[in-house]
Every structure is written in C-alpha cells, then in structure tokens.
Design a protein around this ligand. Sequence first.
Ligand SMILES: Cc1ncc(COP(=O)(O)O)c(C=O)c1O
Length: 360
Amino acid sequence: MIKKNKRWEVGSEFHCLDYSFNKKDVLPWDKYNYYYFGSGRDSLRAIIRSIKCRNKDFTLWLPEYFCQEVVFDLLKEEIKIKFYPLDPENMKSDISSINIKKDDAIMLINLFGIKFFDEYDNIPSDVFIIEDHTHDPFSFYSYNSKAHYCFASLRKTLPIPCGIVWSQNMIKEIKNYKITKIRYKAISDKLIAMRLKSLYLKGFDLSKDIYRTIEIKAERNMGRGNISMAPAWVESIVNSFPILKWREKRKNNYIKFLGYLDDKIKKNILLPKEIDRTYPFMIIMLLKTKRERDNIRKILIKNNIFPAILWKSSKHKLFSNKKIEDRHNAFNDRMLAIHCDMRYGYKDMRKIADILKKSL
Ligand SMILES: Cc1ncc(COP(=O)(O)O)c(C=O)c1O
C-alpha cells in the first residue's frame, strides 16, 4: 500500500490512538462493583430492569433535553417515562416542579460535561437516583457520587465502544446478561473501523468510505436487540488507556482554545461555571440563527473540521407537549459542537480558532 502524507481532520468518531502505558489510573468504579456493558443504552436498560424488580410500577424521570434515540430505545423496557425541565441554554434543570413519587427513579446528567449535578437538594430521599456520566466519566462528580446507580457510555470520551455501570450498594441487583452476537459484532466492527481510520489519517492509500461504511452499520447495531454485556477483553483495553492524562489534555485544549478566541466569538460558546469539576470533550457553540450555524458548519467541513450537530426532536414523537419539542429544536438548530479531546493538541486548537475567527 502506498503511504502518502498524513491527513488532517477534526471530529467524528475516534481512531485507534498511539499511546504508552505507565500505570493504570484509579477509576471511579474501582472501589465498587461494576459491570461493563455493550453500550450506554445497555447499561441504562439493565439499571431500569433492576429497579423494576423492586417496583414494577415506577416512573422513570428523564431530563427533557436528552438524546431522543436513547429515550426511544428505553421504550422497549415498557416502563412509564416522564420528563423534567432541563434548559440546555443555561444548563438549569427544575426538579421542584415535578410530581415525583416514592420509589420512582430519576436520571441526572452532566450534559456536555458542562452541567453540574446540582439537583440533589430537591430530590426526595425515597427516590432512586441514576447518574449518567457519559459526557465526562472521570469528573469530580463521578468519583464522589452518592447516586444509587452510575453509568456511562465510554465511547464519547475514549476510543472503545462500551458502557459501564457501577454502584455503591445496588450492583447486586444488576443481572449478569449474555453477550449478544449483534453487540459483539458492533463492538468488533467499531474497532476495525477505528483501525482503518488510523491508517487513513496516517496517509495510507485507502478511502474514507471503507471505514465509514463499517462504522455506520456498526452504529445501527449498537442499539439493536437485547441488553448485552461487553466482551471481557473490553476491560483490558480500557485498563491500558492513560485515561487521566488524556482527560488533562482535553482540559488544556479546551482552555487554550478559549484563550485563542476574542470576546465576540466567545459569546457564542456555552461555558461551564468552572472548569475544575467536569471537563467538556467538545466546544459547544450556540449561534444566533440556524442559517448562521449552517454557514459556519459548511466552512468548518470545507476545512476538514467535522462538527457534531444534534437530533431533530420530532422524529420519535416522544413528547405530548409540542412546546418541549419546539424548545429542543430551537436549541439544536442553532448549535454545533467541535471536538477538543486528546486526539488534538494546541496547534490544532489554534487552527480551528483561526478558521472560526474568519468565518464569524
Ligand atoms: C448522554 C448520553 N447518555 C447515554 C448515551 C447512550 O450511549 P450509547 O450510544 O453507547 O448507547 C448517549 C449516546 O449518545 C449519550 O450522549
């Protein structure tokens, strides 16, 4: 195979990263019992089943701003789902206004690695608390959680597709599920696509389509079928990662990137109250209009920066209240997210900032 020059791009799925190993980091779940699952959705579904064993009739309260694909998947569990207000624009949730009952469950989230877990004072003590740590699995909050159950999809922040559930006291109630064929294949195919993407980025003569086709098919299979555990080798891969070093790199990229921007552009960025407790893995931009967002997106893509945009709320018709759907869409239409994780360094951040300065 002919090797050409390295290719530069930002965003989209992880590739297999080169790294060296010093020693295994202490992870939030190390002091508890934990299970690796096939995906974040498998993890959450397993938690739901464990709560259902205690109380068949409970309601699961989810933040109204949450991935609709995931909520749609949870409908398979045939439980009552209700939503509590969460406004992504100011990262504020409102638990006090909902009619949450004894033995119900509520899921809290550190949305985009920006929102803090600040709802505890308003949650009655006889309610099950589930924390979703997907957007920063190694935050201050995940190491210090008091929730009944914690889970995360690790593939947003680490180059491994799997989920994890851990708990201080409820893990006994999580069943040991089988590894389904469909999820085994999805995880293996995702890893193959990551390997091919590494070769592509290194300049080997292969087309993007080769790994994108595998990736897209695997993505569909991440959400299909029964709950699945992860194969045992997934844990060995996770334990080989320099997780906290990578996380620190992400934080430094984030801070450096903000430093490269002037106030005019910074006004379009959603910022955490402080950057010590959770570190965002993406820079979340909120533009004035959809048109402005689409223009900037086009310019970024032309420059090989592939920003993430989020779902259209109407696809799954999950809300009886159309106003919630409209609020979601009003936010999602104006947002885009640029990755700043450990794949990148300061030079990359500078390049992205320069392109943004020219396009805004
Ligand atoms: C916050 C959050 N939680 C859970 C999930 C579900 O994870 P998975 O796609 O691994 O099932 C996602 C995925 O998009 C997510 O963003």
